[in-house]
Design a protein around this ligand. Sequence first.
Ligand SMILES: [Zn+2]
Length: 370
Amino acid sequence: MRHLDLRVGLAALFGIAFVSTASMAQDRQPEFPPPSIIEYTPRSTLVVPVHPVPRAKFPVVDFHGHPPRLSSPEAITGVITAMDSLNIQVMVQARPSSGERLTNQIEAVKAAGYEDRFVFFASLDLRNVEPGSGARIAAQLEADVAAGAVGIGEIGKGFGLRTQKADGSRLAMDDPELDVVWETAGRLGIPVFIHTGDPAEFFEPLDYENERWLEMALFRNRRFNDRSRFPSFDDLMAERDRLLAKHPNTTWVLAHLSWYANDLGRLGELFDRYPNVHAEAGAILYDLGRQPRSAREFFVKYQDRILFGKDSFRPNEYPYYWRVFETADEYFDYYRDYHAFWKLYGMDLPDEVLKKVYAGNAYRIIPRMP
Ligand SMILES: [Zn+2]
């Protein structure tokens, strides 16, 4: 619609007729039924140098780890084997836990002799918040940190979208009842790792101009475009920003580059506004890989604010990240077709930036890292 308006406007301005691709297709129809977007998977005929990177160039901290629950020796050694081959030095268990579930994992990792390879984040029980909840949650957090947790989160996207207060209303992220929790995190010197919203397209109409049509069509729970049930993407982010502004002494790490990887200027403004804010680069590789020059410039400029994280624990997917970050390879495949229908390009990051993004920033933000 926007394109059409522009075309009509330009045509009026210059007195010329624009032939849209749609009308060209009407003039000449394919002789065969066109394939669906799922069926059409053309082989690339491009021949260029190829540099697979099975192992990261420098040791890595996966800030957004979701390994299986680390409660048995088999589970632990399985993850360690993958970490060793990928050069992941430390995995943050960002599938958070609390109380006994937390201490069981910490004990199991110690018993297996790998306490220097895993750190654990605490969960917050944000269900049914009512007066008094903040103090209760903060007290549990203190206990979990005393037991060995070194951060909070990942706080899932339900916070802000679906989590309800005891009275049935939506729990706003900047609800004052929770202030004491965020202040406690600041006082304890632990980061708060928070995932807010989802790609902005998930909040838009599901039409043929939506970049994420396939993913939205595949997953009912990724459609947030019903304004009677969900806030808009911008309203949600504004609410999150009020939370960040209210707690300048708390260290925040925004998951998935705050879903601004397709608009890095917006993320840069956020970094400039809130010096206490960092961001983690998991599951948005498709957006970095389609703008390798802009992304490189951004990573160089904000090299102290960005952390590596992978999100889902699939060992064979990590090398795509190494390749995008480390090489200058061109037009290569991404691993998940419903995230992106395009190819990736390498950012060719300088070594000193790689070292910070891979591990240095995580060591600074988590003071109690082994
Ligand atoms: Zn996650």
